[in-house]
Design a protein around this ligand. Structure first.
Ligand SMILES: *[C@@H]1O[C@H](CO)[C@@H](O)[C@H](O)[C@H]1NC(C)=O
Ligand SMILES: *[C@@H]1O[C@H](CO)[C@@H](O)[C@H](O)[C@H]1NC(C)=O
Ligand SMILES: *[C@@H]1O[C@H](CO)[C@@H](O)[C@H](O)[C@H]1NC(C)=O
Ligand SMILES: *[C@@H]1O[C@H](CO)[C@@H](O)[C@H](O)[C@H]1NC(C)=O
Ligand SMILES: *[C@@H]1O[C@H](CO)[C@@H](O)[C@H](O)[C@H]1NC(C)=O
Ligand SMILES: *[C@@H]1O[C@H](CO)[C@@H](O)[C@H](O)[C@H]1NC(C)=O
Length: 536
């Protein structure tokens, strides 16, 4: 894999020689700094992505426009972003098959960094049917691969507002597995150290547990920074009325940087952005590293700073004017990296399992190791027939996992609350189903590989590849062991740009729902007009 690393390094050289150098941002303790001169970095951010097409009658394509691939719009908007002293944009869904050089270099020339979400609407962790799979791993690493070469890539979000109620907090286990795997991937590729974090919602019943959960335990598994989507300062509010005072106290001893990953309540409108003074003022700068205003483009949810006409012309809205005058007034006091000795270095404690919290601290879901799945597939003598439509996988899972108290599905089970994970629960749905059918067939040697023609026999590969032997022996014959080896080289499954109904879908033994559930739950900022999320 050395060849790939060298190619990436060469690309990086080329990219940086094509534009003015921009100093990468580094993390020390709970603060961000410019790497070279050690000046503290406060994020003055704007969310920058036009909405996705969530037209649920179009089941196969979930359109999104990659904002960093649209060169004309990017160049049009950079000078406007600069009028807001913007030094960071947040992008929610990138298309790794597109070229981002022109926009990223233009942003670098303007001193603007990018924080990118790794998912996209069709491939994200679904709060109602959560899993972390090789399909998602492949999507996430493909975004890391295209963004790691730019010095102005500030960080990645492994998820956005995935858990939003006590009854879906178990989904956070899979997001944390994604954080762990992306951190390991960045290391394994010898990329520049780029932080991986999470953007949380502000739900009173779970917000503290969420922060603790993602920060607890081994540092290799924990978030590098914490993004907070918060809409509790509405109109002429105040540090205390908005609850910003309590939030600030909650994070006073956090060991990694925290910032607002989205802010800007829009009731009433036009917005005054009086929270800007508080966020960059003395009551908050000791704890927070600034924030990202939601959002640049005016859309149906009415959070825009500008509107784009049919002629592509930009019109500044009153919110723009208000933000620009507020942000011009702030002068957050900065510490020098060399003078800063973090005192708050302890990780949080993992939250206890109770009625408000359903994700066990350890173990986390298995590493999404596509090689382990391929090895397992080689070993099977009974698999899903090619003729079976993915839409019918659910019924088959229901049948085979329903026998003998789920015994044949132990190797693909996932229970985030007890921490019981089968080794192959991170494989794609075809592979998981094949594993379960094969387990059944092994126990029923006389005609067990049938399922009305949905299962077919195949020749198992006689001698496992040498790397497979170790993986398979860790997983065990029932798949109930733990594979500790991570993916090597480029890791995940073949890059997949398309989304099919069963791909990446989780299965929860014994029920099964298809990935199409994701349509309704991919959250892009605040979803409803005027919906101020005051959850104090
Ligand atoms: C450090 O570098 C950044 C960006 O390169 C710049 O904005 C800042 O003013 C510099 N700090 C000092 C003290 O020169
Ligand atoms: C959704 O997609 C369908 C099929 O392409 C189209 O006919 C329909 O007009 C779309 N609806 C909306 C609200 O865009
Ligand atoms: C989870 O709780 C919310 C209320 O917080 C409720 O609306 C939703 O139906 C519940 N979901 C499930 C699967 O029980
Ligand atoms: C997880 O295990 C617990 C304890 O055995 C059980 O009560 C719960 O229903 C399981 N959850 C799922 C989703 O299977
Ligand atoms: C998470 O909790 C929900 C609601 O209790 C349950 O339906 C689902 O199966 C659980 N998933 C996992 C992976 O534990
Ligand atoms: C699962 O992976 C295998 C091997 O890479 C592939 O042939 C199959 O189409 C995948 N299935 C799904 C549902 O993505």
């Amino acid at each position: 894999m050395k060849g790939i690393a060298i190619a990436a390094a060469a690309t990086a050289l080329f990219a940086s020689s094509a534009s003015a150098a921009i100093d990468p941002i580094v993390i020390k303790g709970s603060k961000f700094f410019y790497k070279t001169n050690g000046t503290q970095f406060y994020m003055k951010g704007v969310a920058y992505q036009q909405g996705v097409n969530t037209n649920s009658s179009q089941t196969e394509t979930l359109d999104y426009t990659d904002p960093l691939a649209d060169t004309a719009s990017c160049k049009r908007d950079i000078p406007i972003l600069q009028q807001l002293n913007t030094n960071t944009i947040r992008v929610y869904a990138l298309d790794p098959t597109k070229n981002h050089d022109t926009c990223m270099n233009a942003l670098a020339d303007a001193g603007i960094y990018v924080i990118a979400d790794l998912s996209q609407p069709g491939e994200s962790i679904n709060r109602d049917d959560s899993s972390w799979t090789t399909t998602l791993y492949s999507r996430y690493t493909s975004v890391v691969d295209v963004m790691a070469k730019y010095d102005n890539t500030l960080g990645f979000f492994a998820g956005n507002e995935v858990s939003n109620a006590p009854n879906n907090t178990n989904a956070s286990a899979f997001v944390k597995a994604a954080v762990r795997d992306m951190k390991a991937y960045i290391k394994s590729k010898n990329y520049r150290t780029i932080g991986v974090g999470y953007a949380t919602n502000d739900d009173a019943s779970i917000r503290e547990n969420l922060a603790d959960y993602f920060d607890c335990g081994n540092r290799e598994d924990a978030i590098d920074f914490w993004g907070y989507n918060i809409y509790s300062w509405c109109g002429d509010s105040s540090f205390t009325k908005s609850g910003f005072d309590v939030r600030t106290k909650e994070f006073a001893n956090f060991d990694v940087p925290v910032f607002f990953a989205e802010y800007g309540c829009n009731t009433p409108r036009p917005r005054k952005f009086t929270e800007v003074g508080a966020l960059y003022g003395s009551q908050m700068t000791g704890v927070w590293s600034g924030g990202i205003v939601y959002m640049y483009f005016e859309e149906a949810n009415e959070f825009g700073l500008v509107s784009i006409g049919s002629d592509s012309k930009v019109t500044k809205l009153p919110d723009f004017t208000a933000l620009s005058s507020q942000i011009a007034k702030v002068t957050p006091s900065a510490v020098k990296m060399a003078d800063y000795n973090p005192t708050n270095t302890a990780a949080a404690s993992c939250p206890a399992i109770n009625s408000e919290w359903a994700a066990k601290g350890t173990p986390l879901p298995p590493v999404a190791n596509a090689r382990a799945c391929a090895c397992m597939m080689d070993s099977l003598s009974c698999v899903v027939a090619n003729s079976v439509d993915e839409k019918n996988y659910g019924d088959l899972f229901g049948t085979v996992c329903g026998y003998s108290s789920g015994k044949f599905c132990a190797g693909i089970q996932k229970n985030a609350t007890t921490g019981a994970y089968g080794a192959y629960g991170m494989c794609n749905s075809t592979e998981q189903l094949a594993f379960a059918l094969n387990q059944y067939a092994l126990a029923n040697p006389n005609g067990g590989c049938d399922f009305k023609g949905s299962a077919v026999t195949k020749q198992a590969v006689k001698t496992a590849a040498s790397d497979c032997k170790a993986l398979m022996s860790q997983a065990g014959s029932a798949g109930t062991g733990t594979v500790t080896a991570g993916p090597t080289g480029s890791g995940g499954a073949a890059a997949s740009g398309t989304k099919s109904p069963g791909a990446g879908a989780a299965l929860t033994v014994p029920t099964f729902e298809t990935g199409l559930l994701q349509l309704g739950v991919y959250v892009f900022g605040a979803t409803l007009s005027g919906m101020a999320m005051i959850l104090l």
